[in-house]
Structures are given as structure tokens and as C-alpha cells.
Design a protein around this ligand. Sequence first.
Ligand code: NAP
Ligand code: ZN
Ligand code: ZN
Length: 351
Amino acid sequence: MPTECKTYAAPACQVPLAPHTIQRRDVGEDDVAIKVAFCGVCHSDLHQVRDEWGKGIFPMVPGHEIVGHVTQVGPKVTKYKVGDAVGVGCMVDSCRECKQCKRDVEQYCVKGASFTYNSTEQDKTTPTYGGYSDHVVVRERFVCRIPDNLDLCAAAPLLCAGATTFSPLRYWGVKKGTRVGVVGLGGLGHMAVKLAHAMEAEVTVFTTSAKKFGAAKELGADRVVQSTDPEQMKAAAGSLDLIIDTVGMSHDLQPYINTLDIDGKINLVGMPENPHPPFEPKHVIACRNFVGGSNIAGLAETQEMLDFCGKHNVVAEVEKIDIQYINEAYERMLKSDVKYRFVIDIASLHK
Ligand code: NAP
Ligand code: ZN
Ligand code: ZN
């Protein structure tokens, strides 16, 4: 029998979030039921409640940086038991048998992954609802273990911001001495800095906010560049092997391309509503540069990231909020006024 679940939801596009009740399915044979303790607030939540990517499913319960404790497991579940600290990121299912699912990149499932919210289950009909809610029921394969030494609240943003930045750092083989640039010091950007620093890369932060200079260094940046200052951008020309661009607004890529060395790459992860202006092919051709992108991380890689964070004691910098504050939090996020991730204390749902 489905159980009632308290949530916060956007009733329709552009309408503020408010309390809302949904039904969660009963625990199936390979399901894990989780009492949600904390849920991070990703800029993707904001893009989607405002329907900036289109095809939004409302009412929408956002949230894909979910951490909590297992309350029940189905009979076929082997990896988790009641009481375990676990996390759920951006996906809750996929076809599990296509070429991409078989190589553990479920986010590229050829039949379409089931994202944690604003998506559908694999029946392509039942809407999914995210972690701004008191509990979730998720297939075991899509649940990760949170290392014991990590603070649960500060670990929540690892499930999206951590995974999304870890994946391209690994894919492009970042190691000691790799010169990594990070564009935008927000939720994703600050995780990219911490992770690249833990991989012993040389990290450059590009920020539009002069007030973030000191903090960028404290997070592990070796160099900070004011991206709005053409002189500083010129001084950084040809100095980087890899750039992770986390900016969620349309912006000119050309100044960043100019900072790539021969064979340098830009990996976009920010997903703006509108396209970036075109860039000049001359530099990328002359320097064998590549501009591409990547989507979150598969489940195996997300667990690898969590274990890496456990080993290196890496968590997010968070501002803990009650769920009643969510609409103000979105307004502050739009102004880049968050250090560096809001995390909702889900206990506040019952206030
Ligand atoms: P966020 O916390 O709001 O951070 C974005 C940062 O970008 C800001 O802190 C700001 O940093 C910079 N910025 C904002 N507006 C800018 C502008 N107009 N020009 C230049 N810089 C600007 O957002 P987030 O949660 O990190 O998410 C960032 C983007 O990644 C969003 O589009 C989100 O949807 C996307 N995302 C993609 C994936 C994926 O799988 N590809 C996964 C998760 C999120 P400074 O103040 O330092 O300039
Ligand atoms: Zn996200
Ligand atoms: Zn698949």
C-alpha cells in the first residue's frame, strides 16, 4: 500500500514552493526506503521549478542531493540494512540493460534514465518526486553508501555537485600537477575546487565575485582570476589543461578557451536556459582544444566519489536552512549569495 509523504512542491511553473502531500510506493523486493535527513539545493532545482529547460512536470517536488537513513529494505536487497547512512543523487532508475547501463553510465541510458524528480519511472508514466520530502523509496542500485566519517548534512551536496564535478575530473585523467580551471564558485564550482585540490591538481578559479577571492584560496585554489577583468584573463592565456565550467547562465566561452594550453579542454557542466554565444574556431584548431560537456555521474562513479571524499575528508561548505526558507534561498542563489550550498534540514518539514 502506498504511504503518504510530506513534501514541499512547486504547484506550477513560477509559483512559490509550498507544503504538499504525495504518495510513495510501497517497498518492492529490491527497494530501499529512506527517511530523509538532509537535501541539498542545486541550481538545477531552480532551473526546473521555473521550467527553464521546458517540459516541466507539476506539481514538482525538487531535490536530488538526498541523504538519510534506511528504514526498510525489500527481500532481495543485499547491500543495505536498516539504520545505514545512505544517499540518493540525480537518478532513481534506468533500463539497466542497455549498452550504457551495462558500462555503469546510467545517466546516458539509451532508453532514458528516470531522474529523481521532474521525470518518470521506467513505465514512462509515473512521475518521480525528489528529496524535499520526509522519505523516499529507491531501487537498491540507485542508492549509495555515505562514509561514516563524513558529516551527513555537509555530505548531501556530494550526491550531485560532488558527482557532477568528480566525473569530468576523472574522465580527463586529472592527477598531481594537472592545471585545472574552475569557472564559477557556486555549489558545483566549490566542489570542483575541493576535489581537484584533493587530486593534487594546480587549481585556478575564475570568478565574477571579487569578494570570493579569499574563500577560493581557503577551499584549495592556487590562483584566483577575476573573470570580468580582461587584463587578468589575458595574463592567464595558455595556462590550463582542463576547465570545468559550472556557470548556469549564458556566457562567452572565448575568454576561457584562450586560457587553454595546447591539448586543453573545456568540460561544460553548467546548463543555462539560453545558448552560449558562438566561439571562434581559430584558437581551438590552432591549439587542438576541445569544448564538450558531461552529465552528472553513473552510480558506480558516484560511490567512487563518496569513497574518495571519505578518504580525503572532503565535504561541501553548507548553509543549513529550514524548508520554509526555500523560496528566499532560491532568490539568494540567483544572486550568487550562498557559501556554497544551501542544505535543507528535512526535520523542519514537520514544524
Ligand atoms: P550556483 O551555486 O548558483 O553557482 C553558479 C556560479 O556561477 C555562481 O556562484 C557564480 O560564481 C557563477 N555565475 C552565476 N551567474 C553568472 C554569470 N551571469 N556569469 C558568470 N558567472 C556566473 O549553481 P550550481 O548549483 O553550482 O549549478 C551550476 C550549473 O550547473 C546550473 O546550470 C546547474 O543546472 C548545472 N548542473 C549541471 C549538472 C550536469 O550534470 N551537467 C549537474 C548539476 C548542476 P562566481 O560568483 O564565482 O562568478
Ligand atoms: Zn544538481
Ligand atoms: Zn539503459
